[in-house]
Design a protein around this ligand. Structure first.
Ligand code: ADP
Length: 273
């Protein structure tokens, strides 16, 4: 029988009557399929470096360890594979933490300028790129939002990391932030890298979706970076837009709501009292 997107649910009531209801199954089915795919993808992503590690260990045990040069080369590859697993597990844990906090509104007061500076420095240190490649611009001296500090830093780091990873060495990356209205701030991360063709754009924030899996892996990507960004933006009740042109570059635009005005006025009151 072909699967229908709806089903008949029959409720038996106490006074011997029945209540028949049409239930929509399409939403839950899609969610269930996504969950199954996610577990399958995550397992596969973890199994590949693990199989490689086991292969190297066995070869070393079979005698390759005797030769110092071979041993050191193998250890280097094994270190790379283990790091890949560590990054993947770190991203999986981030995703589940953000999901668990989905309904708790983030409430730390964050000054965006210093947080962006720090996140850019950390990202450059991890990727081994020169901080001078990034230009940080702001029309406003002070821009603050109510948010989750760790998550907003991760959002900046993931987006700046992608801009650096998918553009040539020394190609400039711009990070701009400003207040755009009473209630919103805008963060724009722009690169002049390889860009993304339009057919991929709608799927970029799916977990493990990559335009070029080999290239992403060689850059140390887990395929979860933009999925994490999307979840963070959703938790902060913001908006995410990705614009890109192949061969020209990519621009990621994030709108985030500021400090709720009622909160800051309540705080000012208590200071003056
Ligand atoms: P990854 O770990 O593979 O970088 P992401 O979720 O961060 O995973 O990004 C998904 C895919 O989107 C990447 O594999 C890459 O193909 C593409 N992508 C993301 N950011 C950029 C960018 N700034 N320029 C070009 N391609 C990008």
């Amino acid at each position: 029988e072909r699967e229908r997107p709806w089903e008949l649910v029959i409720h038996e009531l106490k006074n011997n009557t029945r209540f028949v209801r049409l239930a929509d199954r399409s939403g839950t089915q899609a969610a269930e399929k996504m969950r199954v795919d996610f577990v399958a993808n995550a397992s596969h992503e973890l199994r590949t470096p693990l199989a490689s590690l086991l292969g190297y260990i066995e070869t070393l045990q079979d005698g390759a360890a005797k030769d110092k040069k071979t041993r050191n080369r193998f250890l280097e590859v094994m270190h790379g594979e283990a790091s890949r697993m560590q990054r993947l597990i770190g991203d999986l844990m981030s995703l589940s933490r953000i999901e668990a906090e989905r309904f708790r509104p983030p409430a730390e007061t964050i000054e965006l300028g210093p947080l962006i500076d720090e996140a850019c420095q950390a990202t450059c240190a991890t990727l081994g790129t020169d901080l001078a490649q990034i230009r940080i611009e702001s029309a406003d001296k002070s821009v603050a939002i109510a948010g989750d500090r760790v998550q907003i830093a991760q959002l900046v780091s993931n987006l700046v990391g992608n801009a650096l990873k998918y553009s040539p060495e020394e190609s400039p990356v711009t990070v701009a932030y400003e207040s755009v209205s009473e209630t919103m701030v805008r963060l724009v991360i722009e690169d002049r890298g390889e860009g993304i063709s339009p057919e991929h754009l709608p799927r970029l924030t799916e977990r493990f979706y990559r335009v070029d899996p080999g290239r992403s892996r060689s850059m140390g990507g887990t395929g979860l970076g933009l999925a994490i960004v999307k979840h963070i933006v959703e938790r902060h009740r913001g908006r995410l837009n990705i614009e890109s042109e192949p061969g020209v570059g990519t621009r990621v635009i994030v709108h985030l709501p500021k400090n709720p005005p009622t909160l800051s006025s309540a705080r000012n009151e208590s200071v003056t009292k």
